[in-house]
Write a protein that binds this ligand. Structure first.
Ligand SMILES: Cc1cc2nc3c(=O)[nH]c(=O)nc-3n(C[C@H](O)[C@H](O)[C@H](O)COP(=O)(O)O)c2cc1C
Length: 218
């Protein structure tokens, strides 16, 4: 059951020295590739990293988090702000069967076309899309018996910038202008299979019902 998979997934930060088969890595990447996105915009890139030197650089980017180095593989998730250019976004809209005049209309509606609202909103919308893909990839990994951890504490446009390391990483990953590294997913097999109780806020403090009745007694 998917809910069991979700409940059993946990962030794993210590890994065995064991290779993940390529076919499993492909399945995990496919889960991100098929994730939903705003009007199918797909403003993202996913970069598979296995090289120890690049892992070391990425660990440095994430404040020297050790599991970035020790994971068997990393998926670096990029928010691609270029995905919103009229050319790129126009292509996916046309693929949906929207006519040129319809596409032009979309380019003039701020709710549908984030560049009209400024750079920050473009980044916000791009990050929003990437996070869905991240969740899909983590769950596919778990389904395959592969553990993971999201790494969000990294230097980038959305946090504190350490230009020196960002420049090195951008070079190592061939990142272009407008491509922002948002998240790294560490992947590997857990060193220890421990059962932990999920620490979450109280269910009733997070789940609410509309005010006009209809409260379900779960
Ligand atoms: C956006 C985001 C960023 C995160 N960044 C980090 C990180 O930089 N390093 C880390 O070890 N864990 C990171 N985590 C993992 C969280 O600490 C973890 O998901 C949370 O404590 C709940 O634990 P669980 O994943 O085991 O259920 C991040 C999680 C999310 C969703």
């Amino acid at each position: 059951m998917l809910l069991d998979l979700i409940k059993n997934r946990k962030s794993v930060r210590e890994y065995l020295e064991k290779d993940i088969p390529n076919e499993d890595l492909k399945k995990i990447l496919q889960a991100g590739y098929y994730a939903p996105s705003w009007m199918n915009s797909q403003p993202w890139k996913f970069i598979l990293v296995k090289n120890p030197e690049v892992k070391k650089l990425l660990s440095e980017l994430s404040g020297n988090q050790n599991h970035v180095k020790s994971a068997n593989a990393l998926i670096v998730c990029i928010a691609d702000k270029n995905g919103w250019s009229k050319e790129e976004f126009g292509k996916v809209l046309a693929q949906r069967g929207i006519k040129e005049s319809g596409i032009e209309k979309i380019f003039n509606i701020p709710m549908l076309y984030p560049p009209l609202l400024g750079e920050d909103k473009v980044l916000l919308r791009s990050v929003e899309q990437v996070t869905y893909a991240v969740s899909y990839m983590m769950l596919e990994a778990k389904e395959l018996g592969i553990d993971s951890c999201i790494i969000g504490a990294i230097s980038n446009e959305a946090t504190i910038k350490n230009e020196d390391i960002i420049e090195k990483v951008n070079k190592a990953l061939n990142l272009k202008e407008g491509e922002v590294l948002i998240t790294i997913i560490t992947l590997g097999y857990a060193k220890e299979q421990t059962q932990t109780v999920k620490q979450r806020k109280d269910f009733n403090s997070v789940i609410h019902f509309e005010s006009i009745g209809n409260k379900i007694d779960f």
